[in-house]
Design a protein around this ligand. Sequence first.
Ligand SMILES: [Zn+2]
Length: 306
Amino acid sequence: MNLIILNKAKAIIRERHREAEERYAYELSKIDKNPLYIKADRDIRTNTLAISRALCNDQDTAELECVNINLISDFNKIKVELGAPESCYFCTKCNDKGSLDNGTNCSCLTQVYYQLSRELSGVIELPHFTFADNQVATLNCVQKDNLTKLYTSMNKFTANFPNTAYNNILLIGQVGVGKSCLLSAVANDIIMRGFSVQYLSAFALSNLFLKYHTSDAKTRHQYLDSLLTADLLIIDDLGTEPILKNITLEYLDCVLDERVRKHTMISTNLSVADLNARYKERIVSRLTNNKTNVIQLNGTDLRIKK
Ligand SMILES: [Zn+2]
């Protein structure tokens, strides 16, 4: 898990805990003038004092502690009878602490972590799609067999991540053949496995390069940091971005060079020949080298076919 994202998730859970306590205190303020409430509260205080005194005098407190448990139980029942909720916590497994008694992370923290990871990764710009949503098997189209093999292969890629057979994936295909769904399924699965993903369109990438190029040298690193450090970088629709002179190709080359030992996934509508015509030979060779799985998605528009 990424420590920065995990700490952000923990801060959200802490805030949740604070809000739940505040909500509960407000609910109690509606009933804390009731005589039954006042008596039960006073009984607990009196017994707690008795325990403290017994401890100071080195006396056995077992019986008093037993009484205390019963008094607290009675008090909780009275509170509910008077109209207070049993709990205001969002997660009753951990009472919004984020961790369980055995020290492991509670599922509520993991859930917030994954949600944050998705938001920070940019993957939320894609339609939400996971391998579980894949219904290729039910399709009635010519590319069904190839798509089935492709999903199996991509599932293997994410299951083995980062120790995959190849580092990069180049996904070539026209609009509507299912590239976005596949990108989304891969990205979501990698995030669920606790790795960092950075998704952006080639258009956004080109804008980012421009910002980097025109910013102050001291602060500009912020624009490319996440691209360089993400475990998986996804560049969608390569070929639709404007080629800015001395910027787009040069920085794209640098990013791919910096990420040579990391994983990068690129989708494009362009054929390899079109890529060759548009990009430097060095860039195209990086996109199609033996560390890359080049996938050609052919066929009719799945969105129409489904
Ligand atoms: Zn929890």
